[in-house]
Structures are given as C-alpha cells and as structure tokens.
Ligand binder design. Structure first.
Ligand code: COA
Length: 331
C-alpha cells in the first residue's frame, strides 16, 4: 500500500497562559461552567508573535526531530486560517525562515480539519512525484486575532499554537476520507472587512445582505449547530476512512480527534463504540487551536511515549466550512 511515514513532529506554545479564572475577569463566566461544558482549563495566547513565526518554530523542531535539513524539504503545506498576510502565503514565510529554498509552498484552508486535509494532500503529492522526498506540514493558528473577547460563549473555547510534521513516502497502511458541507458555512465563520475600490458603484456592503452577520469581522458561531455536526462528523469520517481499507474501527490503537470540546469527543467516542481510553485528549491545557489541535496532541502523545511505532492511529477533525476528515495510518 502507498502510505506515508511521520518522521518528526514539533510544536510551539505561545507564552501567555490564560486560565478560566483569567477569562472570568473579562466576561461573565467561571471555571466551573467552562470546565464542565468544555473540558478546558487554560489556553495559551500569543504575545504578538505572528502566525508564521509560531509555525516556523514548530517546523524547526519537527525538522530536527526528523533529522532533516530545511534544504531537503520539497513541499511545505500550511493549514492556517489566521494568515498574517493576504499574500504571500504563510507557507512561503516559513520557507524563508527555515531555509527550505528547494520547497514549493502553499496554504490550504480547511479550518480545524486542515491538518487531516494536508496529510492527505501530502500523500497524493508524494505518490505522484518521484522527485519529492519530504513534505513539511505546518498547522499554526492565532485565533485570538478574530475571537470576540466580549462573547462568553465562544471566547472561552479558543487558544493559539502551532505544530508541524515532516512526512515521507512509505508502504505503511494509509486511508483517508475528506468531506465538506458548505450549507453549514453560516454556523461558524469570520469575514474579511469589506473593501471599496474607487470605481465601485454600490455603497452597500453586499456581504451583509445575505445570512452572514452584519458589521463584524469577529468569529461568529452557532455553538449548538456546530456541536450537532461535530458529534456526527467524527464517527462518520473515521468510519468512512476505515471502510476504504476494510479495517474495523476496533483495530485502531489511538484516535487523535480535533480538540474542540471534551463532550463532543466523549459523545463521538460513544457513537463510534470506542472506549475513551483510546482517545488522545489535551484540551484541558490548550483549548481549541483549530488546525493545530490534532498535531499538537499527536506531538505530545509521541513525546509522552503513548503512541508507539507500528500502532494504527486515526487523526480525525471537523470544523468551519463545515469540513470533516480522517486519516488512518500506521505511526
Ligand atoms: N459562561 C457561563 N455561561 C455561559 C457561557 C460561559 N462562558 N457561555 C454560555 N453561557 C450560558 C448561555 O448564555 C446560556 O444561558 P441561558 O440558559 O441563561 O440562556 C447557558 O450558558 C447555556 O448555553 P448553551 O449555549 O446552551 O450551552 P451549551 O451547553 O450548548 O455549550 C458551547 C455552549 C459553545 C460550549 C457548546 O455549544 C459547544 O461546544 N459547541 C461547539 C463549539 C465548537 O466546538 N466550535 C468549534 C468547532 S471547530
């Protein structure tokens, strides 16, 4: 089977640790509500370091752990939803920072499913380009850029952070499923500010004539809708990936789900009939870091010696779009 091997991972955790008690100083909330409804105890926020900088630090660590020099990387895929620039891509800024002069570079936006989408993309590039040896996937998010810190139902959920992985081709097990439901885009979004060029005739902000909320570029979320989607998407994506290679869900050693809410993970585990003991969970310390959440959890689980070489892992995500995806592979 054509598969991929993860040669090394790295993470970057920004310096400002914000506890639930800290959150209670800015919105009407408390540790008990946040802990019981979400499983989150604290999250880390940037002190102004840009998204690309966090990604570059995680990438350097991943390269070091993989024993690869930046110059050997042939492709960089960055999964951020919080790019520092309209252009260039964050992937190009990371390429510059880590000396990956031989790498093509682009960003891929699949929100919190981004890392899963990028692993699948990396595998397809490796499969079709014999000259490509190493792909660097970077997931870096500064959600504090667009989180509405006056909205208690959403601001308590999110954190900033970055993770990276170096992957190469292998003959190991690989299966993936990627999906999207654009009708659900209204459930979770953040708009760009409207732009008026000098020749424009319409003064009305056309973005605000449809169902997307007016007058804000902050994150808008229908928590209940996203919750409903997530508890179905996790089992569905994992099952559909497993089906492709005739694998029974019970044969998977570890599930590394997107870390959005402990109750979503618990409900999804129940729906798929898998014990929570098989789920890697670190939401308590990081909150939801969008596309960075799965690779941060993966890196920590590897570092703790939980996930061992040869074990079957299922990385499974869902997020804005709405998107969902799963990759099943042998570590
Ligand atoms: N602290 C205290 N009370 C809060 C609160 C907070 N931080 N946030 C909301 N509340 C209140 C609400 O105002 C509401 O009060 P009311 O009953 O007086 O109206 C009450 O708590 C219950 O709110 P509700 O929205 O029903 O809570 P919930 O159990 O659905 O939890 C979320 C809300 C956002 C935690 C939950 O819906 C969720 O996790 N959704 C998925 C979000 C997600 O994962 N997004 C990212 C996807 S990638």
């Amino acid at each position: 089977m054509f598969g991929i091997d993860i040669l090394g991972t790295g993470i970057y955790t920004p310096s400002i640790r914000v506890t639930n008690d800290d959150m209670a100083k800015i919105v009407d909330t408390n540790d008990e509500w946040i802990s019981t409804r979400t499983g989150i105890k604290s999250r880390n926020l940037t002190d102004g370091e840009p998204t690309w900088k966090m990604g570059a630090e995680a990438a350097k660590q991943a390269l070091e752990n993989a024993g690869i020099d930046g110059s050997e990387v042939g492709l960089i895929i960055d999964t951020t939803v919080t790019s520092d620039f309209m252009t260039p891509s964050v992937a190009c800024l990371i390429q510059r920072e880590i000396g990956a002069a031989n790498a093509a570079a682009f960003d891929l936006n699949a929100a919190c499913s981004g890392f899963v989408y990028a692993l699948d993309t990396a595998k397809r590039f490796l499969q079709t380009d014999d000259n490509l040896k190493y792909v660097l996937v970077v997931a870096n998010e500064t959600l504090s850029n667009f989180v509405d810190f006056s909205d208690r139902s959403s601001c308590i959920l999110f954190g900033d952070g970055a993770a990276a992985a170096v992957v190469t081709r292998s003959e190991k097990l690989f299966a993936s499923f990627l999906g999207a439901d654009g009708k659900g885009s209204v459930a979770l979004y953040a708009k760009n500010a409207p732009v008026y060029h000098p020749f424009r005739k319409t003064e009305k902000n056309l973005m605000e004539t449809n169902e997307f909320a007016a007058g804000t570029t902050k994150l808008i979320q229908d928590g209940k809708e996203v919750y409903k989607f997530a508890t179905k998407a996790l089992p569905e994506a994992a099952s559909r990936a497993a089906e492709k290679v005739g694998l029974d869900i019970s044969e998977i050693d570890w599930f590394i789900p997107h870390q959005a809410n402990i109750r979503i993970i618990e409900t999804a585990a129940k729906n798929i009939g898998v014990s929570m003991d098989k789920f890697i969970v670190n939401i308590e310390n990081h909150g939801n870091t969008s596309s960075a959440s799965i690779p941060i959890a993966l890196h920590e689980a590897i570092a703790e010696g939980k996930i061992k070489k040869g074990e079957k892992i299922c990385l499974v995500g869902f997020g804005a779009g709405l998107t969902m995806g799963a990759v099943i592979m042998e570590y």
